[in-house]
Design a protein around this ligand. Structure first.
Ligand SMILES: Cc1cc2nc3c(=O)[nH]c(=O)nc-3n(C[C@H](O)[C@H](O)[C@H](O)COP(=O)(O)OP(=O)(O)OC[C@H]3O[C@@H](n4cnc5c(N)ncnc54)[C@H](O)[C@@H]3O)c2cc1C
Length: 450
């Protein structure tokens, strides 16, 4: 399996994800095929997920440029077509209190504003493009997986109310039963905004919008080498090359450490996996997730889950580390066992789908969108830490703005800074293994705390 720390690009041997979304969404939209021969472009966008498609749409529609997207496989082949489907007020993985303590109230408020705008961007895209992507009603729960976490959620609710002026609310365990049954639910923080949908159909909708405004989307066109001379970039693919003065990099967790030396070791590709069960019986639904809302828990190595419109359970989390081990059935068992622990009524249920994908984690676990210093007109956005459905679509519009020569003014100052490199890149996986052990041990300690 493609591993960004090992391989140069996702090649043709990489299979499409065996995902529920692929199974139910029908054939993909028309695209512009492989790039053939040597061509010129105003702007090249590398990567055809939400970030790249949103950037291409905005470049063409809002800035009058003619972008060319180079996607290694098919449109939304990366995370964007295989994620857990939660569009939330989120981006990266830093707790609200840590954000306030580290960056101060003003920056934290500005960032919260960007995340709210990002969710608005998704809604607007769906409305403008008339994207038929099975949008579900709003409502997100952050569920206390351990009794010891309930008081933390109460403090978090107060912080959302007082600092962000946002109506998050603590739902005590007794009142959670209409949404969440089973075990490991000691109350929850409820966010009124945030919804789920079919993420592949969402990406395909943005793809069609971008093309309708004049963007070219070349699929099966991986960038295999990148040369720069006198301010001109030449991006090579197996069937042709593109010359351009401006490059938008939108490869996020699929960014090979060999794509460009300037970008390498600035994000850690982390594997996230999902199982989808067979349709639940009405008794099983009543004993697990009576509501169809988005849920994630408070573990350090968290689980996320929702009931799908056809009654199946979608359940995700992190366990595999290297691509070479990602398809080991022990990771499916790990997710299945965690699901049964939470929802004992699902004991014995069949798992119909199991797949995964690479998310990008920067050293501060926060996204970035910036002009890469030392390279002529190269703009890079990503680092959503597994929480990027809405934020990546937002970042795409900011990358387009910057590539069009306009400033992205934000008080969330960390966003436009170059992410720091991870130290000792050859030992990244070893470090991650140690971190996972430590996080598991921390979760176990919390489970036994009162
Ligand atoms: C299992 C899973 C569950 C998730 N669940 C959620 C969720 O519920 N909510 C949420 O907010 N976020 C979730 N995420 C994260 C979210 O999906 C991502 O943050 C978002 O899709 C990132 O979009 P992107 O366009 O930046 O990257 P991607 O969609 O990953 O696109 C990158 C693209 O770059 C292409 N590429 C790479 N190298 C090259 C090259 N050399 N040449 C050309 N193309 C190249 C890849 O083929 C890929 O298509 C999840 C992710 C995973 C994997």
């Amino acid at each position: 399996m493609y591993d960004p720390l090992v391989h140069v690009y996702p090649n043709e041997k990489q299979p499409d994800p065996a995902s529920y979304w692929m199974a139910i969404s029908g054939p993909g939209p028309e695209d512009d095929g492989r790039v053939e021969g040597d061509v010129d472009a105003d702007v090249v966008v590398i990567g055809g997920g939400y970030t790249g498609l949103s950037a291409a749409l905005s470049l063409a529609r809002d800035h009058g440029l003619k972008p060319v997207v180079l996607e290694a496989r098919s449109s939304a082949w990366g995370c964007s077509g295989r994620n857990g489907s939660f569009a939330r007020i989120s981006g990266g993985r830093v707790a609200a209190a840590t954000m306030v303590n580290t960056y101060g109230k003003d920056v934290a408020r500005a960032y919260f504003g960007e995340m709210r705008q990002a969710l608005g961007t998704v809604r607007q895209l769906i409305a403008d493009g008339n994207i038929d992507c099975d949008v579900q009603p709003d409502g997100v729960y952050k569920v206390a997986a351990f009794a010891a976490h309930a008081s933390g959620l109460e403090r978090e609710a107060a912080l959302y109310n007082e600092i962000f002026n946002y109506p998050a609310r603590l739902v005590p365990a007794g009142e959670l039963k209409g949404a969440h049954r089973g075990a490991e639910a000691f109350g929850a923080l409820h966010f009124p905004d945030g919804f789920s949908m079919n993420p592949l159909k969402l990406a395909r909708g943005v793809h069609m919008m971008a093309r309708s405004h004049g963007a070219l989307i070349h699929t099966h066109s991986p960038v295999t080498a990148w040369h720069t001379e006198n301010g001109v970039h030449r991006l090579l693919t197996p069937s042709g090359s593109v010359r351009t003065r401006k490059v938008v990099v939108a490869t996020n967790g699929y960014t090979s450490s060999k794509l460009h030396p300037r970008l390498s070791a600035r994000v850690l590709p982390v594997y996230s996996q999902i199982i989808v069960t067979e349709p639940m019986t009405s008794e099983q639904i009543g004993a697990s997730l009576p509501s169809g809302n988005c849920m994630f828990d408070t573990r350090s190595l968290l689980f996320y889950y929702r009931r799908l419109p056809d009654g199946r359970m979608l359940f995700g989390g992190r366990s595999a580390i290297a691509g070479s081990d990602a398809e080991n059935p022990k990771h499916r068992r790990y997710l299945t066992n965690a699901m049964i622990r939470k929802f004992p009524a699902l004991e014995g249920i069949a798992i119909d789908y199991w797949w995964g994908g690479w998310v990008a984690v920067s050293r501060n676990s926060l996204p970035f969108v910036y002009r890469v210093p030392g390279l002529p007109e190269v703009f890079w956005g990503g680092g959503y830490a597994g929480s990027g459905v809405s934020f990546s679509l937002h970042v795409g519009t900011k990358l387009a703005l910057m590539a069009a020569g306009k400033p992205f003014d934000t008080q969330a100052s960390f966003l436009t800074r170059e992410p720091k490199r991870y130290p000792l890149p050859p030992f990244l996986r070893l470090g991650q293994r140690i971190a996972y052990r430590w996080l598991h041990a921390k979760d176990q300690r919390q489970a036994s705390a009162k």
